[in-house]
Design a protein around this ligand. Structure first.
Ligand SMILES: CC(C)(COP(=O)(O)OP(=O)(O)OC[C@H]1O[C@@H](n2cnc3c(N)ncnc32)[C@H](O)[C@@H]1OP(=O)(O)O)[C@@H](O)C(=O)NCCC(=O)NCCS
Length: 184
């Protein structure tokens, strides 16, 4: 096999995405989750306000992961779970969406988000109403990413002076989300 073909195969493997419930996470991946969050998020002035990676150890957390097997580092992951907000509304809360710096901007974040959305749309019995997440106000790149992915500011989001925003995207079958340039 020539070098190019090997490279292409390596890239395809690198972007293979797997689903795990918390109890099934391979130890190697479990150990890398926190490191990737720290690498990506440390330095945000508001990190202490909304940044707490203990949720990654939660028994009911679900994961889509990419990499983290053998010698391949963890390239990215989404951590999410079904959660009741405002006492009655079931949503899928995305606790983390993290892509390693070296592979950002290559579509992995969009893919992880799409998989979470597809998983959510398949929960026919419980029918979660929306995807929801928290983003740092100063994380302009992530806010732009979420805006382009169809998220808007949630009614539950605190006032504009707060260090973070709560965003949501309604889960509706068969409806296309309008996407505009900007940030949420
Ligand atoms: C936010 C994040 C998850 C996006 O994942 P990604 O794999 O980099 O994003 P994608 O390659 O799927 O890009 C989708 C969009 O993101 C934006 N984006 C990606 N790379 C970008 C860059 N270098 N500069 C500005 N915007 C960029 C673009 O709007 C892009 O849309 P386009 O394809 O039309 O250009 C990723 O950048 C990340 O992990 N950042 C650090 C951790 C973080 O902030 N997580 C969110 C916490 S709430």
């Amino acid at each position: 096999m020539d070098k190019g073909a090997r490279g292409a195969r390596a890239a395809a493997h690198a972007f293979e995405v797997k689903f795990y419930a918390a109890g099934q996470l391979p130890a190697g991946i479990r150990g890398s989750l926190r490191d990737l969050v720290d690498e990506n998020m440390t330095g945000y002035p508001s990190f202490e306000v909304v940044g707490d990676s203990n949720h990654l150890a939660s028994d009911d957390m679900l994961f889509f992961t990419c990499g983290g097997h053998g010698t391949l580092p963890l390239l990215g992951f989404a951590a999410f779970k079904l959660e009741v907000v405002e006492d009655t509304t079931l949503v899928v809360y995305i606790y983390e969406l993290q892509v390693r710096a070296g592979v950002q901007g290559q579509g992995l974040g969009s893919r992880l988000l799409l998989y979470v959305e597809q998983w959510s749309a398949e929960q026919h019995e419980r029918q979660p109403r929306a995807l929801m997440l928290t983003v740092h106000r100063s994380n302009a790149r992530a806010r732009k990413f979420y805006w382009k992915s169809g998220f808007k500011k949630s009614m539950l989001s605190p006032g504009y002076k707060a260090a973070y925003r709560i965003l949501e995207k309604e889960l509706r079958h068969g409806q296309k989300t309008k996407q505009r340039a900007g940030v949420v």
